[in-house]
Design a protein around this ligand. Structure first.
Ligand code: NAD
Length: 441
């Protein structure tokens, strides 16, 4: 059993901490946001993540999981510390490492025994070495010679299914040059290691690169099918059939072959930009990644422009939009395509009636700049009341079974924009609505 501290209780830290406790370890989660810690202590999860409350409750009750703002206490109790703080985009496109550096320096200022420092945040290649340097500098300031090792252990969980993903990963990646640290990490992931989960040991830089290369590859795949969908619209092909048939090819696979209004979220946009910057910094331009970033931005606006083209004039029109989170089953709106689409439509004179099953609280502050043009609805049908058209921006399950007859009654002109292709055109048109999906004429 390892004794673990986790720094950062956001989407990754809270899930990692709770699931590591579920693996049988003693885990103390630390955050410098006192409201988050107070909430977690009461068993109230500050984010929307299905199933996380149960794991937190189960492990808190039996004393394996606790929450604190006191990092010194947490480090004193632990021999492994995970850094799971944010790495938001910096102005130059790279990852802003200010939170990682602060956490690393705090560790250097506080540890008093051998500690394995595990970088779980997504960080540019070379950050592991910087973390080693920052910790060493703080130890030197204290005149202490305490051994530590830095490990890169990138996280691949998806918001919305994070608990399942953490406990059933496709692979665990451990990057470290230290045999001692690698043995300890095997203990940390013992439950998975014994279960035949692919367990990949490599050096620090490769582990850091694996995370970026994986995310960039998925972003490329989404962008590829989006471009094919756009071409389908011009040529008479139907992207639903094209993607389905492509996905049946075992070499291609069906996942991430769903066209839409571009990818968003807290990972793909910032990770592709950070990887592209690493390429530029090393004089190795990653052309495919650079193009993907540019094409994805165009795709978001293309979706909004298509709506404008169909509606001819947006000035004075009201549009209902369902789905604000960047994907279903999360309240995360970071870089959500819904925001770009709203911005564009409002800039052209439209008013918006918005609804999301989990992200309304997020939307309230993220869309403050548009507040004069936005109505926050109580549910999907409230959003549609008196609207000229309906847009489905995020494919929440509850939007897959909308009462189409009611939609026809509520919206004044019968335009139904399905940006996620979750409806069959015919079922929508047979309710008397005009259907506009992605990737077909
Ligand atoms: P987040 O912003 O939700 O959470 C970060 C947390 O760290 C916040 O609660 C913040 O208060 C806390 N924090 C920052 N500095 C701290 C410090 N010095 N001491 C204590 N607490 C501190 O971020 P996230 O979405 O959980 O992402 C964390 C990292 O994991 C990022 O690098 C991200 O790219 C990566 N990642 C995220 C996902 C995802 O789906 N969100 C998936 C895989 C990897």
């Amino acid at each position: 059993m390892a004794k673990i501290a986790v720094i950062g209780t956001g989407y990754v830290g809270s899930v990692s901490g709770a699931c590591l406790a579920d693996f049988g370890h003693n885990v103390i989660c630390v955050d410098n946001n006192p409201e988050k810690i107070e909430s977690l202590k009461k068993g109230i999860i500050p984010i929307f993540e299905p199933g996380l409350d149960t794991v937190v409750e189960r492990n808190s009750r039996c004393g394996r999981l606790s929450f604190t703002g006191d990092l010194a206490f947490a480090l004193n109790e632990s021999n492994v510390v995970f850094i799971a703080v944010g790495t938001p985009p910096a102005d130059d496109g790279g990852a802003d490492l200010v939170y990682v550096e602060t956490a690393a320096r705090q560790i250097g200022a506080l540890i008093d025994k051998y500690t394995v420092v595990v970088d779980k945040s997504t960080v540019p290649i070379g950050t592991g070495k910087k973390v080693t340097l920052w910790i060493s500098e703080e130890l030197a300031k204290r005149g202490k010679q305490i051994e530590f090792d830095v490990v890169s252990n990138p996280e691949f969980l998806r918001e919305g299914s994070a608990v399942y993903d953490f406990t059933h990963p496709d692979r665990v990646v451990i990057g470290s040059g230290s045999k001692r640290a690698r043995e300890i990490m095997k203990d940390v992931y013992r439950s998975l290691y014994l279960n035949d989960t692919p367990y990949i040991e490599t050096n620090l830089e490769s582990a850091e690169m694996i995370k970026y290369a994986s995310n960039a590859f998925l972003a490329v795949k989404i962008t590829f099918i989006n471009e094919i969908a756009n071409l389908c619209e011009k040529t008479g092909a139907d992207v639903r059939d094209v993607a389905k048939a492509m996905g049946k090819d075992g070499r291609i696979g069906s996942k991430f072959l769903h066209p839409g209004p571009g990818y968003g979220g807290s990972c793909f946009p910032k990770d592709t930009r950070a990887l592209a910057k690493t390429g530029r910094d090393n004089n190795e331009i990653l052309n495919i990644v650079e193009t993907t970033i540019e094409t994805n931005e165009k795709q978001k606006i293309r979706a909004a422009k298509n709506i404008e083209n169909v509606m001819e004039k947006l000035d004075g029109k009201t549009l209902a939009m369902l789905g604000l989170a960047f994907k279903p089953n999360t309240d995360d709106m970071r870089e959500s395509p819904a925001i770009s689409i709203c911005e564009y439509l409002i800039s052209r004179g439209a008013k918006m009636r918005l609804y999301d099953p989990a992200a309304m609280k997020e939307a309230l502050w993220r869309l403050t700049s548009m507040k004069d043009s936005v109505y926050f609805a109580a549910d999907e049908y409230d959003a549609m009341k008196g609207a000229d058209a309906l847009i489905i921006a995020t494919e929440w399950n509850q939007f897959r079974n909308i009462d189409l007859i009611k939609v026809k009654q509520l919206i004044t002109s019968p335009m139904f924009f399905d940006l996620r292709n979750i409806y069959k055109p015919q079922e929508v048109t047979s309710a008397g609505l005009q259907y506009f999906g992605i990737g077909s004429k």
